[in-house]
Design a protein around this ligand. Structure first.
Ligand code: AP5
Ligand code: MG
Length: 198
């Protein structure tokens, strides 16, 4: 199995690209943001507790997302690997993910980091607010806070992964298709990944 992290600030295109990459490379796409929003939408106890944190653009507690991911990793069989989107978000989550994968004889093979200008991030999220219904897109101050939280709590993971030789920056500016092609160029170097057409 081959496991990828897709990484980058809010609005950098992690979700958009993950859907396409998971399809092409037969990977299981695991997005903690999507999982948390599903809990909120279903009105579960967990969702109720997490929704106010998410609508402020703060991170939910590490143990909540680590548990969500552990359940998915345990329950997934017969895939070529995982594509983690929006997880890990802290160095503590990264260490937990490595342990979880190592226990199963796997590792994080590559971290793909989408580099996108600040103004482009904001304009994508403001545009999405029109239709997404995401409370964290509605308020420009929350968008800025999400970007600040990324810089202070999430970006340190880059140095951690660089030390492990798995860090790969990718230009995240331009058309969705051009960025997808750049990501594919990196991922296709992993020969155990079965390639589909397209
Ligand atoms: P999460 O759902 O992960 O959100 P995020 O990181 O803020 O990022 P987004 O999903 O907004 O952006 P994206 O990079 O996926 O971009 P997208 O493809 O959507 O997290 C939400 C919240 O949940 C967090 O704030 C936190 O509270 C909590 N949470 C989640 N995971 C957690 C964790 N591990 N630990 C703790 N808390 C956690 O694109 C954005 C928009 O741009 C879309 O409209 C898209 O159509 C458009 N777009 C994409 N690419 C392009 C392009 N090339 N050109 C023009 N437009 C584009
Ligand atoms: Mg996303």
């Amino acid at each position: 199995m081959v496991n990828f992290l897709i990484f980058g600030p809010p609005g950098s295109g992690k979700g958009t690209q993950s859907v396409k990459l998971a399809e092409k490379f037969n990977l299981v796409h695991l997005s903690t943001g999507d999982m948390l929003r599903a809990e909120v939408a279903a009105g579960t106890e967990l969702g109720k507790r997490m929704s106010s944190i998410m609508s402020k653009g703060e991170l939910v507690p590490d143990e909540v997302v680590i548990e969500m991911i552990a359940v998915r990793v345990d329950n997934t069989k017969d895939s070529a690997g995982f594509l983690f989107d929006g997880f890990p978000r802290t160095v503590a989550q990264t260490v937990a993910l490595e342990k979880m994968l190592n226990k199963r004889g796997m590792r994080i093979d590559l971290m793909l980091v989408l580099d996108v200008d600040h103004d482009e991030l904001v304009s994508r999220l403001v545009a999405r607010a029109e239709q997404s219904g995401r409370p964290d897109d509605k308020d420009p101050a929350v968008i800025e806070n999400r970007i600040d939280v990324y810089k202070s709590k999430t970006e340190p993971i880059i140095a951690y992964c660089r030390d492990r030789g798995i860090y790969q920056p990718v230009n995240g500016m331009g058309s969705i298709q051009d960025i997808f092609n750049r990501l594919c160029d990196q991922m296709k170097n992993y020969p155990q990944t079965p390639l589909k057409g397209g």
